[in-house]
Design a protein around this ligand. Structure first.
Ligand code: HEC
Ligand code: HEC
Ligand code: HEC
Length: 413
């Protein structure tokens, strides 16, 4: 008996020692590097491809790579990455040959987007999405867009405003859970839009619906999405731009999911971010005005075919509007402006310059009501009919206050 215990003691020691050395190795070596494959990819950049690429990029790349203060894809701090993963900045992906991806070959960009491995061999962190199922045509379109003369991709010789500091957890996960994906060996075709369910699945996989809407990023199966734990059943813990917890919704046709939603409810929520009960969806669920009605109908048709999961997901609590002192601030949080604009007013869109852009209150109010008539295709929701008529004045007061706070902290630096 004593001998057995002794043996057991040794093996525990060995395990602890191995675990400790592995932890030390992970901490020192950081995110693993790989040898990037060489891909020769010729793309005929056509206006049609650039347009299709712009549509995908504005749903798939812009929220992370656009710095609202440069107005270009120069990279920014990703405020919605949970602190346990460390600090993360995206990169400059403009056409600048030194700071951006102007000198990357088509093959190098494609290899990164498919596998997650950059041209220097670094593994892009798990939250930078990978696109193993996107058709060759659509992937080529995204690359064509990056090459195009769109103002978003105009060369900008700037670095992102900071340097990423991955946490030990991120390093550990990239050693054991998150691995690069294989580069596809066979051609990938876009399903015909007339095959509604197949096309809906294609869109939903490539737009990352399953990635956010299954149980957890860690148990997702990127190569065989349907094998992800809790496929489309929601509950994945995410964060908005002010660091608040937001659980993804259940999209399966279960009563705890979208059973009661009809096609037009769904289309409106997807394209404008407004639910049937007139509440606005929180970031990171961004409105996708880029999608056509037909695209949204296809995704809806596909989601109707997904196995039901019973999972009641709690919605983000928004503070009630108190009649107290700073009513404007309370309204800002009540309507979830903070989910996109953060606590400071800058996030996926920067509202701190609104005072210069819309000097009078009626101008600013008109923008908040109908942003898309000022900026077609914007992801700023239409608030007309959602914000109470008497609430615009205090809310605008608070927006101007956020602008003044930002201006005074800039001038005191
Ligand atoms: C969820 C946020 C997120 C989204 C969405 C996203 N990226 Fe990224 N991307 C990142 C981060 C973070 C990095 C930095 C990776 C690193 O540190 O190595 C990155 C790196 C890159 C790089 C490498 C740049 C370099 O200099 O190493 C390219 C190219 C790129 N992204 C292109 C894209 C494209 C194209 C899309 C859309 C199809 C996209 N990204 C979508 C977060 C994102
Ligand atoms: C970056 C993560 C992310 C992606 C990608 C994403 N969603 Fe969401 N989605 C969320 C979160 C988080 C919520 C919950 C928002 C809230 O509680 O306000 C949500 C909510 C929704 C809702 C509202 C459901 C309800 O019951 O309120 C619908 C519908 C929806 N998403 C559909 C989609 C579809 C379709 C796609 C793909 C085109 C998609 N989402 C992609 C994160 C995401
Ligand atoms: C779903 C994300 C989202 C939510 C929620 C949101 N916004 Fe915005 N907002 C944006 C984006 C993106 C822009 C940038 C507009 C553009 O350039 O297309 C913006 C721009 C603005 C601007 C104009 C800034 C300027 O100078 O041009 C104001 C003002 C504004 N938002 C106010 C609000 C208020 C008030 C709320 C809450 C009632 C709110 N936003 C909620 C995404 C959002």
């Amino acid at each position: 008996m004593k001998k057995v215990l002794k043996l057991l003691g040794y093996s525990v020691l060995v395990i602890i020692f191995t675990a400790a050395s592995f932890a030390g190795y992970v901490a020192i070596s950081g995110i693993p590097t790989y040898t990037p494959g060489k891909v020769n990819l010729k793309i005929d950049v056509t206006p049609v491809k650039v347009e299709r690429g712009r549509k995908y990029a504005s749903m798939l790349c812009i929220t992370c790579h656009l710095d609202p203060s440069t107005g270009k894809l120069t990279g920014k701090r990703l405020a919605d990455v949970p602190p346990s993963f460390g600090v993360s900045y995206s990169k400059n992906i403009t056409r600048d040959p030194i700071y951006g991806v102007g000198a990357w070959t088509n093959g190098e960009i494609a290899y990164l987007l498919r596998t997650g491995i950059t041209r220097t061999g670094r593994y892009a962190p798990p939250w930078m999405p990978k696109f193993p199922h996107m058709s060759d045509e659509d992937l080529g379109s995204v690359i064509s867009f990056l090459r195009s003369d769109d103002p978003l991709t105009a060369p900008a010789a700037v670095n992102p405003p900071g340097i990423s500091k991955p946490s030990f957890l991120t390093k550990l996960l990239t050693h054991v859970v998150f691995k690069p994906l294989p580069y596809p060996t066979a051609p990938i075709l876009t399903p015909a839009a007339t095959d509604q369910v197949a096309y809906g699945r294609y869109l939903s996989v490539n737009l990352g619906c399953f990635a956010c809407h299954s149980a957890n990023f860690r148990s997702n199966n990127e190569l065989e999405p349907e094998k992800s734990a809790g496929y489309m059943g929601g509950g994945n813990p995410l964060q908005d731009e002010s660091g608040q917890l937001v659980l993804s919704a259940n999209l399966t046709p279960d009563p705890s999911g979208l059973a009661q939603w009809n096609e037009s409810d769904f289309t409106r929520a997807l394209r404008t971010g407004i639910r049937p009960d007139h509440t606005v969806l929180s970031y990171p669920m961004s409105p996708a005005p880029e999608l056509t009605n037909a695209d949204a109908h296809a995704i809806y048709a596909y989601l109707r075919t997904v196995p039901k999961i019973h999972n009641v997901v709690a919605r983000t609590e928004r503070p009630a509007v108190a009649a107290g002192t700073n009513q404007g601030k309370t309204l800002y949080y009540h309507y979830g402006c903070n989910s996109c604009h953060g606590d400071s007013g800058s996030g996926v869109g920067d509202l701190r310059h609104a005072t210069q852009d819309y000097p009078t209150d009626p101008q600013l109010e008109a923008f908040i009501r109908h942003a898309s008539s000022f900026k077609p295709g914007t992801k700023m929701p239409e608030w007309n009919g959602i914000i109470g008529e008497s609430e615009y004045t205090p809310l605008i007061g608070y927006i101007r206050e956020l602008g003044r706070t930002a201006a005074s902290s800039e001038s005191s630096q």
